[in-house]
Design a protein around this ligand. Structure first.
Ligand SMILES: [Zn+2]
Length: 345
């Protein structure tokens, strides 16, 4: 069976700033190992905004349909796909194209396969009604979990990888998250689940988003976290999660971390830094990058979402039809909402 026709899509059509518009695109044909997904909801990611404003640092395969945080129902199943049927409720991982022979893929870290291509920049993403998805990317969504929440499995998995996999966190650890965007707030929420005493650092303009962070039991701090970092024994926080979208915040992280502590950098930006890394050495600090996520992380996160242990409802600022993508993008870009969610038309 196949489905033919056209549907509206949010398309990023060139490198130039602001090159996003609604276009009618053909419903994709699928391969033998793919399924065709009918999208229910798709989250807007900071990276979608970066491609819109053209300040991204990754290669984009223009024109491309945006959107990599999505869930929906299986509409068509490829001939060689087993274990899935039409109507199944699923979310999809983001690594749309990987090389299974790459040594990183072979150890299950296909998110670190340098040839990996993701939805929304490498191949067409989900800000449209139908998207082609390799069956290996799928995870089942339990009935009790709404698609509006389930589509945020992806950013939750980014946070889970940064905090629970790539950082060593113990109950009682004092943790500071830099940057109250979606990833920052979710990192703070995961650090709380891990038993941390958690603060989140932002700027004056972030106050609205910091209020939302408070609903996760996180202490909001505006501008300077030095006092909070040093308030127990004067030495600094055990773990700093740097989730700001620039590289310069590493300097703040190096200042706030205690000797023998850890910094995990999950936020990134292409501008080079202009400061010394000496305190990293002098304090014997471990600096860890964190990128993307893989299969076991998704399974854990879906479990946390469906049990209610991790609740994404506080960060969802609204749901817009994809034809109103601009308003959804602008509200997130200005920081008025933490996360915008779209619905295909
Ligand atoms: Zn994302």
């Amino acid at each position: 069976m196949s489905i033919t026709g056209k549907s509206a899509a949010v398309v990023n059509f060139s490198e130039a700033k602001g090159s996003v518009e609604i276009r009618e695109i053909s419903i994709p044909e699928i391969g033998e190992e793919d399924i065709l997904l009918e999208v229910e909801n798709v989250g807007v990611c900071g990276s979608d905004l970066h491609q819109w404003t053209s300040d991204h640092s990754w290669p984009v395969n223009y024109p491309v349909v945006l959107g990599h945080e999505f869930g929906g129902r299986i509409a068509v199943v490829g001939d060689r796909v087993t274990g899935w049927k039409v109507g199944d409720r699923v979310v999809s991982e983001t690594a749309a194209v990987i090389n299974p022979q790459n040594p990183m893929s072979k150890v299950g870290l296909y998110n670190l396969d340098p040839t990996r291509k993701g939805f929304g920049y490498g191949v067409n993403g989900a800000m449209t009604r139908f998207v082609r998805v390799p069956a290996r990317c799928l995870h089942r969504v339990p009935d009790g979990l709404s698609f509006e929440e389930a589509c945020l499995t992806e950013p939750c998995s980014v946070a889970y990888n940064a905090v629970a996999v790539n950082s060593h966190i113990k109950p009682g650890d004092r943790v500071i998250v830099i940057g109250p965007g979606t990833i920052g707030i979710l990192c703070a929420a995961v650090a709380k689940i891990c038993g941390g005493d958690v603060a989140i650092l932002g700027l004056e303009k972030d106050r609205g988003r910091m209020e939302i962070a408070k609903s996760y039991g996180v202490t909001p701090i505006v501008n300077d976290a030095s006092e909070w970092a040093r308030k127990t024994d004067g030495l600094g926080a055990d773990l700093i999660i740097d989730a700001a979208g620039i590289s310069d915040t590493l300097k703040i992280a190096m200042d706030l971390v205690r000797p023998n502590g850890q910094i995990t950098k999950v936020g990134w930006g292409p501008t080079p830094c202009n400061f010394s890394l000496d305190s990293l050495v002098q304090k014997n600090v471990r600096l860890q990058g964190s990128f993307s996520h893989n299969w076991p992380i998704w399974e854990k996160v879906i479990g946390l979402l469906s049990s209610g242990t991790l609740d994404v409802k506080p960060i969802i600022g609204g749901v817009w039809p994809i034809t109103e993508w601009r308003e959804a993008f602008e509200k997130m870009h200005s920081g008025e909402v933490v996360k915008s969610v779209l619905k295909p038309v």
